[in-house]
Design a protein. Structure first.
Ligand code: ADP
Ligand code: MG
Length: 363
C-alpha cells in the first residue's frame, strides 16, 4: 500500500493484568473498507477504541491523514463509532439523536434539524424524525446510529459488530446498506466483526487477529485460499490442516511426511529436507467417493463418515480417517446426492496436489 490514510505503528495497549494489543502495525488507505476479525478477546474492540480515542495507547502511535492522534480527545477526533449496543439516547427524539454530534459542535438548532432530516432521508428513515427511539425496530435503530455517526461527515467510520444484534434477514439487508453507503460516501470504514460472511461480503481487506497480534492481512480471497499460518487456516474453518516434516524435494514439489501419510505439496517457498512444514487443503477442493467404488486417482485417504451439516445448498461432511485425523469436505448438495452419505459409511477422499497450500509459517 503506497498511500496510507490510517497508520498504526507498534500500537500497544496494556490493561492492568492483561496485554490486550501487542505492537500492531497496520496501514489503511483512504476509502478502504477494512474488516478486523478474530476470536473473542483477541483485541479487536480495543484496537477500535484506541483509534476512536476512547483509550490511550501504552505504546506506539496512530496517525490519521498524516496527523498524530496522541493526546487528541475522542470528541475532537474525526472517528465516530457505531456499536452493537447503539448507545442511542432514549429520552431524545430520533432527529435529536441524529443531530446530537452537531450540538457538540455548537451548530444552530435550525441547521441541526435540516442536516438530521437529510441524513434520516438518506438512510430510509424519512418521516420518523419526531418519533421516540423506543418506537423503532432494531433495524431502524441501527440506521439512526449510523446517521448519528455520519452527520459530522467524518473521513473514517468505526463499526464494532454493528449488526450482531439483528436477526439474520435484517443483517443481510443492513450489509447491503453499509456497502452502498461505503461506495457513495467514499470514506474509510474499519469494521470489527466475528462473522466471516460479513467480512467477506463487505471488506476490501481483512485483518485477522489473535491474542493481541495481527496474524494476517489480505484480501478475502487471499486469507481464504492462501492462509499465512495454521491459526488463520483453522480460523477460516474450511481448511484441513496437516503438520509434518519435509522428506524430499523435486522440482517445485515437496514431499511432506504427516501422521496421515506422505503427501506431495507445491513448494511455493524455500523448504529444506528435515524442516517442519504445515499445509492445508481447502474443504471444497476435496473429492469424495464411496469406498466400494474403488480409490480415485491421485493421493487418497480412506475414512468413515462421522456426520453431515447443511448450510443452505452446501453440505459439510465430516470424515475420520483410519489414522484418526478428522477431515471436512464441503460439497454442493447436488454433487453428493447419489452417494447416499450416512454416518458410518466408508469413503475415499482425494485431492489434486496443486490444491495443497504450503503455509508460509508453521506456528
Ligand atoms: P475483542 O473485541 O476482540 O473480543 P477486546 O478488545 O474487547 O476483545 O478485549 C481484549 C482483551 O482485553 C480481553 O481479554 C479483555 O478482557 C481485556 N480488556 C478489555 N478491556 C479491558 C479493561 N478496561 N481492563 C482490563 N482488561 C480489559
Ligand atoms: Mg469486541
Amino acid at each position: 500500500m503506497t498511500s496510507s490514510f490510517v497508520a498504526l505503528k507498534g500500537l500497544d495497549k496494556r490493561y492492568p493484568g492483561h496485554h490486550a494489543v501487542r505492537g500492531i502495525d497496520l496501514d489503511i488507505a483512504a476509502g478502504e473498507f477494512v474488516a478486523i476479525m478474530g476470536p473473542s478477546g483477541c483485541g479487536k474492540s480495543t484496537t477500535l477504541r484506541l483509534l476512536a480515542g476512547l483509550e490511550e495507547p501504552t505504546g506506539g502511535s496512530i496517525a490519521i491523514g498524516g496527523r498524530d492522534q496522541a493526546g487528541i480527545p475522542a470528541h475532537l477526533r474525526d472517528t465516530p463509532m457505531v456499536w452493537q449496543s447503539l448507545a442511542l439516547f432514549p429520552f431524545l427524539s430520533v432527529a435529536d439523536n441524529v443531530a446530537f454530534p452537531l450540538r457538540m459542535k455548537r451548530l444552530g438548532a435550525k441547521e441541526r434539524r435540516r442536516r438530521a432530516l437529510e441524513w434520516l432521508d438518506r438512510l430510509g428513515l424519512a418521516g420518523m424524525a419526531d418519533r421516540d427511539i423506543a418506537q423503532l425496530s432494531g433495524g431502524q435503530r441501527q440506521r439512526v446510529a449510523l446517521a448519528r455517526a455520519l452527520i459530522t461527515q467524518p473521513s473514517i467510520l468505526l463499526l464494532d459488530e454493528p449488526l450482531s444484534a439483528l436477526d439474520a434477514h435484517l443483517r443481510v439487508r443492513m450489509q447491503t446498506e453499509l456497502s452502498r453507503l461505503h461506495r457513495q460516501l467514499g470514506i474509510t470504514f474499519v469494521y470489527v466483526t466475528h462473522a466471516q460472511s460479513e467480512a467477506f461480503a463487505l471488506a476490501d481487506r481483512i485483518v485477522i487477529m489473535s491474542e493481541g497480534r495481527i496474524r494476517q492481512v489480505g484480501r478475502p480471497q487471499d486469507v481464504y485460499r492462501a492462509p499465512a499460518n495454521p491459526f488463520v487456516a483453522e480460523f477460516m474453518g474450511m481448511n484441513n490442516l496437516f503438520r509434518g516434516v519435509c522428506r524430499g524435494r523435486a522440482d517445485d514439489m515437496a514431499t511432506i511426511e504427516t501422521p496421515a501419510g506422505h503427501y506431495a505439496v507445491p513448494a511455493r517457498r524455500p523448504l529444506a529436507v528435515g524442516e517442519p512444514a504445515a499445509f492445508v487443503v481447502a474443504a471444497d477442493r476435496i473429492t469424495l467417493a464411496r469406498a466400494e467404488d474403488g480409490p480415485p486417482s491421485g493421493p487418497a485417504v480412506r475414512g468413515t463418515v462421522l456426520g453431515l451439516e447443511f448450510v443452505g445448498s452446501t453440505q459439510t461432511i465430516f470424515v475420520e480417517t483410519e489414522g484418526g485425523q478428522e477431515f471436512r469436505v464441503q460439497k454442493q448438495q447436488h454433487e453428493i446426492e447419489a452417494l447416499d452419505l450416512v454416518p458410518g459409511r466408508a469413503v475415499h477422499l482425494a485431492w489434486e496436489p496443486r490444491h495443497a497450500w504450503l503455509l508460509p509459517e508453521t506456528e
